[in-house]
Write a protein that binds this ligand. Sequence first.
Ligand code: AGP
Length: 606
Amino acid sequence: MCGIVGYIGPRQATPILVNGLRRLEYRGYDSAGVAVWEGGKSRVVRCQGKLQGLVNKLEAEPAPGMVGIGHTRWATHGRPSDINAHPHKVGGVSVVHNGIIENHVHLRQQLEASGSKFSSETDTEIVAHLVAAELSSAKDLTEAVRRALTKVVGAFAIVVMDDAHPDTLVAAKKASPLVVGLGEGENYVASDVTAILDETKEIIFVEEGDIVTVTRQGVSITDPQGKPVERTPTTIRWTAAQAEKDGYRHYMLKEIHEQPRAVADTLAGRIDLENDNVTLDGIVVDTSNIKRIVMVACGTSYHSSLVGKFLIEDFARIPVEVDLASEYRYRDPVVRDTDLVIAISQSGETADTMGAVQLAKERGAKVLAISNVLESSIPRLSDYAFYTHAGPEIGVASTKAFTTQLVSLTLLAIHLGRQTGTLSPERARLLLAELLALPNKMAELIEHGAQLQVIARRYGNSRGFLFMGRGNQYPIALEGALKLKEISYIHAEGYSAGEMKHGPIALIDEELPCVVLVPQGPLYEKTVSNLTEVRAREGKVIAIASRGDKEIGSVSDEVIMIPNTLPELQPILSVVPLQQLSYYVADHKGTDIDQPRNLAKSVTVE
Ligand code: AGP
């Protein structure tokens, strides 16, 4: 995930910037850079790869000066490289940016048409061009930034410096974190408290729409209209280690809470409301030659593929098969050149998924990768790459990577359905509107997680758990069981609720908690019947149901209400309480949540 640090004061900026960036290294990044001002102009030094590479470059060609900005980049637009690393400089204006500029294609075309020349593939460089253009008529740098930002749609935290205004840094925030650190005759700006905690504990948390002017003497904040606003500083008492997790006890919990933002980022710039369609970052999948889709993946990504099957078959009416990558690659599968193989991998490095992709390609299929890591091996090996924008996931148990995979698959299925003509514009419009509403619904759902803590304590000493669902909730039952076993070490099984009577029902007694996914939808009644079968055998029922369901309470021991959405999108919400339940059960048991035993984040061996 990208990180920002800025400094203005009486000391050399470079060591402060590098130290701040080092504090952010844990978040994952692929390149780093600084811009430091001295003697009338700033010098930009950037380097792909680890921060040490930048430090080596700076040792060879120092960047002295007492004003500067620094950045670690986690690529979203444009591959990891020296030229795509931040800061981006246009004229005298240097910019670092976290987030995604949604209307970057449009803005870039406009700027190029009026003569601007771009030197990188990033969306960020657009901001530098816009500010540079505004500076010719603006009264100061703050005014230029404010005007430039009126043209930008998306999420951002930016910091701007300009060669002609060396006494000022200007920062702005919209839906991406930004903080200001206060010192004596010096001030700081950063994307995260961690980056500047070694320098100051006096922090202003910048709020939505704020534009911050930072000088040596002080900090002034205005709203998007230029009206001054007051923000009260907070004295931070966290340690640096706590700050790395934004105050959360574990990365997994932090990542659960990051999901609304991650989902919004995955949607950003991809929804075309004018045409009731989706733009897939320039990928156009020609459906005329596709007779079948085969999805290959492992673990949690396999579960998202199972949901993807429902979505693609429903919207595009193309038959979909889903296979575990480790099985597919060794079972001599039938592969045709009319197959589209979709490989899903958060890390983009999973050995089995890579093996499956290689095999599919050798046998003539086209491969589309869905991954969270730009330029990782699987997308590089594939014909098309579509990226979830979840940001780096550090906890071994996948959470935000899963929900953004579901969102990506929904976008892909809409795109395919609009191409085949089997998804009407009216239905697509409804789906797109509901997708856009998901981040808020998810945020509200996560905030009500305290109930899960109570349930986790109540059932956390059970020897086993059963998770049940039907239709597109069945893969979520599998995912809930996987999550629980991997971090709490409690045996858990995910089952299709309709399949219970063929065996697993024998397990049910008063000792076995059964988590039943029963949101409103076409299979609601049938799932309620399965739930009552559990109840009739003394099983303890924890129901995940839609808000407003008045019946479910009378047939369940516990009810967790989730917000309403279209049944097709319900899995994106219903998985959240299962993530929280697993987390709180594991916390109750005191296991190593972020690095559970025997597991690795990226499984690069067979
Ligand atoms: C998820 O919680 C697991 N850690 C694991 O199942 C994971 O999803 C699997 O190893 C696949 O990883 P990938 O998505 O990076 O390919």
